[in-house]
Design a protein around this ligand. Structure first.
Ligand SMILES: Cc1cc2nc3c(=O)[nH]c(=O)nc-3n(C[C@H](O)[C@H](O)[C@H](O)COP(=O)(O)OP(=O)(O)OC[C@H]3O[C@@H](n4cnc5c(N)ncnc54)[C@H](O)[C@@H]3O)c2cc1C
Length: 344
């Protein structure tokens, strides 16, 4: 019997587990994959290691970023090479720096959300974007070392298919016919729930499936470019692209790795990779001589539970259920930083 079972091994879940374990609770993390990290795990592809698996950035949450810097000792920098890319008829792709006021106003104009208050906000509130100086591999290394040095137990390759909340215990039934018992369970926005019962009553769950197709392109390109992170404001294929080879281990001399988040409706087609590379060239994110070496497609799904779903479950299930809001990493670290303050 555990005090708490946590569903999933994202960094937020790991910090929560470590904190509770340091406070004397017997904690188990259950993870359906054979690796930890959830949305933040790194990939070994293109002959390299520790390659960012998706588009990542940190929203400017002061408490969260301070916690990451001061408690975890992770270097965080302002994203100085981040641009918005606009597709303008006759002009083609133009780029404007992310922090430039004109870039924000044009973004709002194109997305039909320009009004006086948003113009005022653009002038008064210069929004910045932050990221780990050495990428997510550095962050995950620290998170993993906290987990390894704790008493938290972890079960990988183990999917919870049924949750049964009874008066004094919760039983979790796995895909490999195991049953784990705990006093309480912790869920996040990224937890996948199939069958949830409170005593004999089945709790209604409406998971939302929002695809966010992800592509990695490995290209030969010896020319340094100023754009490392880009938001495509009005492109029909691309939402975001980041150049991530500088964070990875491997021989990437004169080569680059781009990770893309594509529009949700885009499906894999043989010609799509050349098309993506062409857009990078036109938007001056890579050199016109760049050549495609390898590519990888991943069907990413965004977290299927919204904050209101978590609130509803807490209400229906009561004290046996704890939820953590995890839609933004820095905001989740900020919201929990006081409770986690003893973690170093
Ligand atoms: C691809 C991707 C990129 C993201 N990038 C950013 C970013 O850059 N910045 C930001 O602020 N936010 C980002 N997010 C938002 C992200 O949701 C959070 O940063 C955070 O990782 C969410 O934590 P989580 O625990 O809710 O979910 P996840 O990180 O998705 O982890 C959930 C884990 O739980 C496991 N799991 C789920 N259900 C079960 C089950 N029934 N049994 C066993 N295991 C289970 C899954 O296998 C998974 O490993 C990203 C999300 C995605 C999907």
């Amino acid at each position: 019997m555990y005090d708490l079972i946590i569903i999933g091994s994202s960094p937020i879940c790991i910090l929560e587990a470590v904190n509770r374990s340091e406070n004397g609770e017997k904690v188990l993390i259950i993870e359906k994959n054979n690796y930890i990290g959830g949305a933040w795990r790194c990939l070994n592809i293109f002959g390299g290691e520790d390659i960012e698996n998706a588009i990542h950035y940190l929203l400017p949450n002061v408490e969260g970023i301070n916690f990451l810097k001061k408690n975890l000792g992770i270097k965080i920098v302002k994203s100085n090479s981040k641009y918005r890319i606009f597709k303008i008829s006759l002009l083609g792709y133009i780029h404007v720096h992310y922090e430039n006021i004109f870039s924000r106003i044009l973004d709002k104009l194109i997305n039909n959300s320009l009004d006086w208050s948003s113009i005022k906000d653009s002038f008064l509130n210069r929004k910045k974007s932050f990221y780990f100086k050495n990428g997510s591999p550095d962050f995950m290394k620290k998170v993993k070392s906290l987990l390894d040095n704790s008493n938290v137990k972890v079960h990988l390759n183990c999917k919870i298919e049924k949750f049964l909340f009874e008066n004094k215990k919760v039983s979790l039934f796995t895909n490999n016919k195991h049953v784990f018992k705990s006093k309480r369970v912790l869920l996040t926005n990224g937890s996948r729930l199939e069958n949830v019962f409170k005593n004999n009553r089945k709790i209604k769950i409406l998971e939302k499936f929002q695809p966010r197709p992800c592509v990695h392109l490995f290209v030969s390109d010896a020319t340094p470019q100023k754009i490392k992170e880009a938001i495509f404001v009005n492109d029909s294929l691309i939402k975001y692209v980041h150049e991530v080879s500088s964070f990875a281990k491997g021989n990437f001399k004169n080569k680059k790795i781009f990770v893309f988040a594509l529009k949700h409706e885009v499906k894999e087609k043989t010609y799509i990779y050349d098309e993506l590379l062409n857009i990078l060239k036109k938007a001056k994110i890579c050199d016109s001589s760049a050549k495609l070496i390898e590519k990888k497609w991943t069907d990413v799904i965004l977290p299927t539970l919204f904050n209101e779903d978590l609130d509803k479950f807490e209400k229906e299930i009561g004290q046996q259920l704890i939820t953590l809001k995890t839609e933004s990493l820095s905001e989740a670290f900020g919201a929990n930083s006081k409770r986690w303050n003893s973690i170093k």
